[in-house]
Write a protein that binds this ligand. Structure first.
Ligand SMILES: Cc1cc2nc3c(=O)[nH]c(=O)nc-3n(C[C@H](O)[C@H](O)[C@H](O)COP(=O)(O)OP(=O)(O)OC[C@H]3O[C@@H](n4cnc5c(N)ncnc54)[C@H](O)[C@@H]3O)c2cc1C
Ligand SMILES: *[C@@H]1O[C@H](CO)[C@@H](O)[C@H](O)[C@H]1NC(C)=O
Ligand SMILES: *[C@@H]1O[C@H](CO)[C@@H](O)[C@H](O)[C@H]1NC(C)=O
Ligand SMILES: *[C@@H]1O[C@H](CO)[C@@H](O)[C@H](O)[C@H]1NC(C)=O
Ligand SMILES: *[C@@H]1O[C@H](CO)[C@@H](O)[C@H](O)[C@H]1NC(C)=O
Ligand SMILES: *[C@@H]1O[C@H](CO)[C@@H](O)[C@H](O)[C@H]1NC(C)=O
Ligand SMILES: *[C@@H]1O[C@H](CO)[C@@H](O)[C@H](O)[C@H]1NC(C)=O
Ligand SMILES: *[C@@H]1O[C@H](CO)[C@@H](O)[C@H](O)[C@H]1NC(C)=O
Length: 619
């Protein structure tokens, strides 16, 4: 296990105002601001920073429930990724029991810290295919397409040039988030590209430009100068103007609304958990993430009547889409025991001397195993993975059935477009499965492993997240409906079968001695093993933590919650800016899209404000 000395003291700030960049304390005690952003996470950090820069006259307040933890090793050190899950920095949400997955309860980690989930995530930095962003426009959101999204996403990053990335498509060069293809590449990963090439998957060393199909080195959000995680708090907020105040350790209980006209409400500000009211002169932005933004709307009286009634909240705006349309990626994985002459990331678990040496190297800026984040990735469609794509498509049609939801229809369209990835596989050094690393005292303790993590890019199940109490501290009811249809189950079966196929293909097949998970005893290697694979899928499929869609940017009569300007329907000046507005889940990991949404939102807001005020402040 990880030695105690590796745990830095957790700096937890109480309810206090801090200026992240250049401290200006005169506004600290203000009871009114021009803009209030609720949630200092991935999108909230970005939108608050851009507003402060774009509207230098305006006062901006960013309110974050969690602490600022800029010095936290478990967040900063790439090789310690995952160590914050289940800690004070995690909201520790869980799903309801999932009938499709043997009633398992899935964990739903979410960042509760300045930077939000960007402080906890696994640092994969990628983009989906161009037509997936275009789909947002098709669904009724003019302007939300690949050209506008890639322009916004490029503003986010500064990519460190790499021999492993050819060309410049999709790459940003002057944004606040630093990205790099990790310099630490384990010897066992060298087999990755040749093995996939051997399976007919082409090399793609320009995967961020709208075509992610192929096998590639994937960047991570790491500052290559110091090898620290680069995220919302240390990336964006340190670039903000002095007109931005950050209030950490403070939870917003509700948005205050005032009737403007028969059809419209104005957000006047927020009420904090302790009852304090802070006014917003211009706008309120909710950036509490896919799991908590819908709940904040509901706590403020915006949502479906039956949900609000059940929680004892009086309805202010009837908006039945709030909390619906929850979509997520599912993941499933296999693990293999490496030959003894390889050193895997697992060594940090069992050899504290080695771990201490590596940590010292990291602290002095030298190449270290603590630099490590994965970089071996592949994205493909079902045909490329040798799966029967027409079978999967027919299962998908059955799952969608007679649904007239434009989102379901769009997902069907995704499955028939060969340019859109359906399957992702990640080479993950070290053991990252479900059954657990071998316990001390057992024969395999001290052995090294690698894992192949597969993710299904377009599962058809959609679910919901709702409050069921007016008590802010009661966690929401989260039901993603994982594996609730035959398409999603078969897609996971195809995905996991393909990982075994990869491992058994040269040169990767020469690296390992035994399949550890599931292992031949659980899923035989020959003969008809379909029933066992299916059981393995039901037993071990997890989420890869990409919930989106719960305050969807869709037309109001199609369960939409926000307009294409991200304004909540029925309000004049309340916006949602985070992963929840994504109407349909895109392939790959979602943080680049979330930051891109925030960049676009800030541009729209600055433009709106300048138009309203003729460029200057009138008040
Ligand atoms: C464990 C994990 C691994 C992941 N790995 C990757 C990856 O490798 N690559 C990738 O691209 N994506 C990854 N993701 C997904 C990605 O990180 C998220 O989609 C993204 O960060 C979500 O951003 P957000 O702004 O929507 O929400 P968040 O970043 O979660 O921000 C919401 C913020 O609001 C705050 N908040 C909530 N309610 C209140 C309130 N009432 N008052 C005040 N503050 C409040 C929260 O504390 C939080 O800071 C991962 C996610 C997780 C959890
Ligand atoms: C990088 O991380 C280390 C370890 O947590 C921390 O001490 C240091 O302040 C970080 N550097 C920056 C610039 O954030
Ligand atoms: C999450 O669980 C951990 C461990 O039980 C706990 O320390 C932490 O405070 C919890 N987080 C929240 C937000 O309650
Ligand atoms: C381990 O040995 C195998 C031969 O059994 C060889 O192919 C491989 O390159 C060696 N690995 C390392 C890291 O030296
Ligand atoms: C642990 O690491 C140290 C330092 O690299 C090394 O000398 C030692 O042999 C390792 N011990 C084991 C059990 O692997
Ligand atoms: C693919 O599945 C379809 C059923 O949808 C079936 O008719 C066809 O024979 C299958 N093709 C192969 C190659 O198995
Ligand atoms: C709110 O819920 C919490 C548990 O999450 C409970 O401890 C507290 O007493 C509740 N408050 C009220 C006013 O009911
Ligand atoms: C699935 O889990 C059940 C119950 O734990 C177990 O009996 C079964 O062997 C598992 N199947 C596979 C393929 O892992």
């Amino acid at each position: 296990m990880v030695p105690a000395l590796l745990f830095a003291l957790v700096a937890v700030l109480g309810s206090s105002c801090i200026a992240v960049a250049s401290p200006v304390v005169d506004r600290a005690a203000n009871t009114a601001y021009d803009y209030i952003v609720v949630g200092g996470g991935t999108a909230g950090s970005a939108v608050a920073t851009r507003l402060s820069l774009g509207l230098p006259w305006a006062s901006i307040l960013l309110i974050e429930a969690g602490p600022s933890a800029l010095g936290e090793d478990r967040i900063n050190i790439p090789g310690r990724k995952g160590s914050t899950l289940g800690t004070v920095y995690d909201w520790n949400f869980t799903t309801t029991a999932q009938p499709g997955a043997k009633n398992r309860v899935f964990s739903v980690p979410r960042g509760k810290v300045l930077g939000g989930s960007s402080a906890l995530n696994l640092m994969t930095w990628d983009r989906a295919s161009a037509p997936e962003y275009d789909a947002w426009a098709d669904l009724g959101n003019p302007g939300w397409d690949w050209p506008s999204m890639i322009a916004a996403m490029k503003k986010v990053e500064t990519f460190t040039p790499s021999a492993h990335y050819h060309g410049s498509a999709g790459i940003g060069t002057s944004g606040p988030i630093k990205t790099v293809i990790n310099r630490f590449i384990p010897a066992q990963q060298e087999s990755w590209i040749p093995t996939l090439n051997g399976l007919g998957v082409p090399l793609n060393l320009e995967s961020l430009g709208g075509n992610p199909l192929g096998v590639m080195y994937q960047p991570s959000n790491i500052d290559s100068a110091i090898y620290n995680r680069s995220y919302g708090a240390n990336g964006y907020l340190t670039h903000a103007g002095s007109n931005l105040r950050v209030m950490a350790g403070t939870r917003v209980a509700k948005i205050n609304l005032k009737k403007q006209s028969k059809k419209s409400q104005v957000a006047t500000g927020v009420t904090l958990q302790d009852g304090t009211v802070i006014q917003a002169r211009e706008e309120v932005v909710i950036s509490a993430g896919s799991i908590q933004s819908p709940g904040l709307l509901e706590l403020s009286g915006i949502g479906r009547r039956s949900t609000l009634d059940a929680a004892g909240i009086s309805q202010v705006i009837d908006l039945p889409g709030v909390g619906e349309n929850l979509q997520d990626h599912i993941r499933i994985q296999t693990s293999f025991q490496l030959k003894d002459n390889f050193t895997s990331f697992d060594i940090l678990r069992y050899n504290t001397t080695f771990a201490d040496e590596q940590l010292r190297l990291w602290r002095t800026g030298e190449l270290s195993m603590y630099d490590y984040t994965g970089s071996g990735y592949t994205f493909m469609n079902w045909a490329a993975a040798g799966s029967n794509s027409s079978l999967l498509l027919s299962l998908a049609r059955q799952a969608v059935g007679t649904s007239t939801s434009p989102v379901d229809r769009k997902k069907l369209g995704f499955l028939s477009n060969p340019a859109i990835p359906q399957l992702e596989v990640i080479f993950s050094d070290g053991y990252t499965g479900v059954k657990g690393y071998p316990a001390p005292g057992t024969p395999l303790y001290g052995k090294g492993f690698f894992s192949l993590i597969a993710a299904v890019m377009h599962p058809l199940s959609r679910g919901s997240v709702h409050i069921h109490s007016s008590n802010l501290t009661v966690p929401p009811t989260i039901n993603p409906n994982y594996l609730s249809n035959e398409h999603d189950i078969q897609a996971a079966v195809e995905a996991v079968k393909y990982t075994r196929k990869i491992a058994n293909t040269a040169p990767m097949s020469s690296l390992w001695t035994a399949e550890y998970e599931p292992g031949a005893a659980a899923v035989p290697e020959t003969g008809n093993n379909d029933a066992q694979w299916r059981d393995f899928v039901l037993n071990t499929t997890l989420s890869i933590f990409h919930p989106v869609g719960t305050c969807a940017m869709l037309p109001r009569d199609q369960e939409g919650v926000v307009s294409p300007s991200l304004v909540v329907f029925g309000t004049e000046n309340l916006r949602v800016v985070d992963a929840s507005v994504m109407p349909v889940l895109v392939s790959g990991h979602v943080q680049t899209a979330v930051y891109g949404i925030a960049e676009r939102a800030a541009s729209i807001m600055v433009e709106d404000c300048n138009r309203r005020r003729g460029g200057g402040r009138l008040v």
